[in-house]
Design a protein around this ligand. Structure first.
Ligand code: IVH
Length: 673
């Protein structure tokens, strides 16, 4: 074997580092990969081998450091060259207006001043130090003056650039100190905690604790396994990059390869900042990561300079916090609620507490395992939280405030509504009432049928449905359409007028879209989204009733579990009977009508594999769907074409086996002409 010289290896290693770092940036920061995972792994493997054989060729920007470095005994401390200050806090729009007044007074400005408004990410502040474009040190904020050196850990974060991309025109700053927030997304936090609990490790209380704990690992290979991300938001000294404002700085940092939060608004006036604060407060629960407020910064550095700082915080910035989403309260009782699927769900009855403007008096405990895991007892002091969805949750029991009077909850063996013996299906965490005649299940199905995303029947609330079922006036949603004014007006708090209104609302709901109709049926595992996917695929109800199970499974976006529930639902005689009765009562489904048959790819199903030449796979999907085609994730006998790029996966073999035609990107374009 011919030996490559050290010089050859050195230049190959340099090439690989550059390639890997750039692919990494494309994948994690720009979300636009151009090579396959397998190709990426090959580049990485080659670099690892060269560096193992020639240790002198290792360099500080080597992506091999992302998998972790040798364990430390303890963290070194470092004095920040410029202190990492904290921010003054405000709590509402009023505080923001006062801040703006103060700023304008200090600037002696009668005209509006410009700000940058940023989400205040609830994570861990870090400083990254780059020398001649190389990440040489990373540290925590610590007390603001001194922090801990966590370089090896920070290097494992894929969105932290190890080397800056420097454009030719702008010179490399010899020293650049950048600050940002390291965090874990809500979804990854949940996965991480699930994994930990499955391993018998204690769960993290919140994403911020999880991020902080992950950064404080002496063994960086542990950090490497944690789903940490970063958004950077400041430089310690703006003079080194020659920007004139915060907005400009963020733009420059972005071109250098840093990840900047896309929700940041630059160069905006007070009224926009106020609107921004409100908008983010509303959007907060739907964001993929936790934020606890908005940071407002004077945009122009000359303005910032003029205002200066106090000992603790700059005068040119304000953190305007949102109301906390967690509060402390007491579990008064634990009861069992029976849902429309028969699931027996334990619910904690709480001492009412105001959580960010909403009075919370109940929290779901999901199931028996969850109670066990969190060790929630009746009488416990707990933290409750409003999270992504509307139903509040118990985050943590404050075990230290127990006094011995707390009682463990025992799951009943029978349905609390109909007394039928409950069942637990193997592998499922939920316990169910198997009785289809259980009034709780009947009511639940009717609530669902009348709800907003379904028939949306005005005035037919849960309380009214309870009465109708309890009085024996209805026992399924199909009975709703037979209700008369005479029957209704005999109920509590029902006058002639409201009875008439209710009957009219029921009548008016009869014109319904296919999607809403399918959703309203209450098929297990079929939400509004899945109902929409099915509705888009079938021309009418008849064709659904005569479909084979496989026809549901091939719908892109419908998983095997939903497909199974759907076909089981339509197989059952009692469900077919109910659908027949709904139709007889005059329910009229509005079909969207399948797309007209004159688009080039109408009726054709494609599967994509490998790296395409000019488009990402998700772009190709859009192109195909735009031309009337369907894109599926698995090759089957229903697949018309396999669109294969470079380094195709196992789908290629499957397509060959099934005799599916394999085409290139160029051939796809031909098909579309
Ligand atoms: S600027 C002098 N911008 O909030 C300016 N901070 O109390 C220093 N934070 O320790 C910080 N998002 O952990 C800034 N867009 C943002 C931020 C942000 C979150 C955190 C950071 C800091 C704390 C300030």
């Amino acid at each position: 074997m011919t030996q490559a010289t050290e010089a050859e290896n050195a230049s190959r290693a340099e090439y690989l580092r550059e390639q890997i770092n750039s692919h990494n940036h494309r994948y994690f920061v720009l979300d636009d990969p151009v090579i396959s995972d397998a190709e990426y792994d090959r580049l990485m493997q080659e670099l690892i081998e060269i560096e193992a054989a020639w240790p002198s060729l290792r360099s500080p920007d080597s992506p091999t450091a992302r998998v972790g470095s040798p364990s430390l005994e303890k963290f070194d401390t470092i004095r920040h060259s410029t202190p990492m200050m904290s921010l003054d806090k405000g709590f509402n729009a009023e505080d923001l207006k006062n801040f703006d007044q103060r700023v304008r007074k200090l600037l002696q400005s009668d005209t509006p001043v410009l700000y940058t408004a940023e989400p205040k990410i609830d994570g861990v502040a870090v400083e990254l130090v780059y020398e001649n474009g190389m990440l040489v040190m990373a540290s925590t904020r610590g007390d603001g003056k001194e922090g801990e050196v966590i370089t090896a850990n920070v290097k494992t974060i894929p969105t932290v650039p190890l080397r800056l991309t420097i454009e030719k025109k702008s010179p490399v700053p010899s020293l650049l100190e950048v600050r940002g927030e390291v965090f874990i997304s809500k979804a990854n936090f949940k996965l991480l905690n699930d994994e930990r609990m499955a391993d018998g490790q204690p769960a993290f209380a919140n994403p911020r604790n999880a991020a902080a704990g992950s950064l404080r690992q002496l063994d960086s290979s542990i950090t490497a396994k944690r789903p940490l991300e970063i958004y950077v938001y400041n430089v310690s000294d703006y003079r080194v990059i020659g920007a004139g404002s915060q907005g400009e700085t963020l733009d420059m940092l972005k071109t250098m390869g840093f990840r900047i939060n896309p929700l940041i608004h630059s160069r905006v006036g007070l009224s926009d900042v106020l609107a921004y604060y409100q908008e983010l407060d509303m959007a907060r629960l739907t964001l993929p990561y936790e934020i606890d407020g908005v940071v407002v910064k004077l945009d122009r550095f000359s303005d910032q300079e003029q205002l200066g700082a106090t000992a603790r915080s700059p005068r040119w910035a304000l953190a305007v916090k949102f109301q906390a989403l967690q509060e402390r309260t007491r579990v008064v009782d634990i009861i069992i609620q029976v849902g429309r699927t028969g699931a027996l769900t334990p619910v904690a009855i709480l001492s009412p507490v105001n959580v960010a403007g909403v009075v919370v008096s109940r929290a779901t405990l999901h199931n028996e395992d969850e109670i066990e895991k969190k060790d929630v007892r009746i009488g416990d002091q707990v933290f409750v939280q409003r999270a992504g969805d509307v139903i509040p949750e118990i985050v943590k029991v404050i075990t230290s405030s127990r006094d011995g009077t707390e009682r463990k909850f025992i799951m009943p063996l029978t349905c609390p509504v109909c007394s039928t013996k409950s069942v637990r299906i193997d592998g499922e965490a939920v316990i169910r009432c198997p009785n289809d005649g259980c009034s709780a299940k009947i009511k639940g199905n009717i609530y669902h049928f009348a709800s907003k995303g379904a028939f949306d029947i005005d005035g037919l609330g849960d309380k009214l449905i309870d009465q109708l079922v309890d009085k024996g006036l209805i026992s399924s949603y199909a009975d709703l359409f037979d209700l008369t004014v005479d029957e209704l007006k005999k109920l509590d708090r029902m006058g002639e007028k409201s009875a008439e209104n209710t009957v009219a609302a029921i009548e008016n709901s009869k014109q319904i879209s296919f999607q809403r109709f399918l959703y309203a049926l209450g098929i297990r595992n079929v939400g509004e989204n899945t109902a929409g996917l099915i509705a888009a695929r079938f021309s009418d109800m008849e064709s659904i009733l005569s479909a084979s199970p496989g026809e549901f499974e091939v719908i892109e976006g419908v998983g095997p579990v939903s497909a199974q529930s759907i076909s089981e639902f339509f197989k059952q005689d009692k469900n077919r009977e109910i659908i027949r009765r709904l139709m007889e009562s005059g329910v009229s489904i509005q079909y969207a009508g399948l797309p007209s048959g004159n688009r080039p790819l109408d009726g054709l199903t494609f599967v994509l594999t490998g790296t395409l030449e000019t488009m990402s796979r998700s772009e190709a999907k859009k192109v195909i769907e735009g031309a009337g085609g369907k894109v599926s994730s698995t090759v089957s006998s229903k697949t018309n074409y396999l669109l294969a790029g470079e380094s195709p996966g196992s789908k290629l073999d499957k397509a060959k086996e099934l005799g599916v035609e394999i085409i290139s990107e160029a051939e796809l374009k031909n098909l579309m002409r």
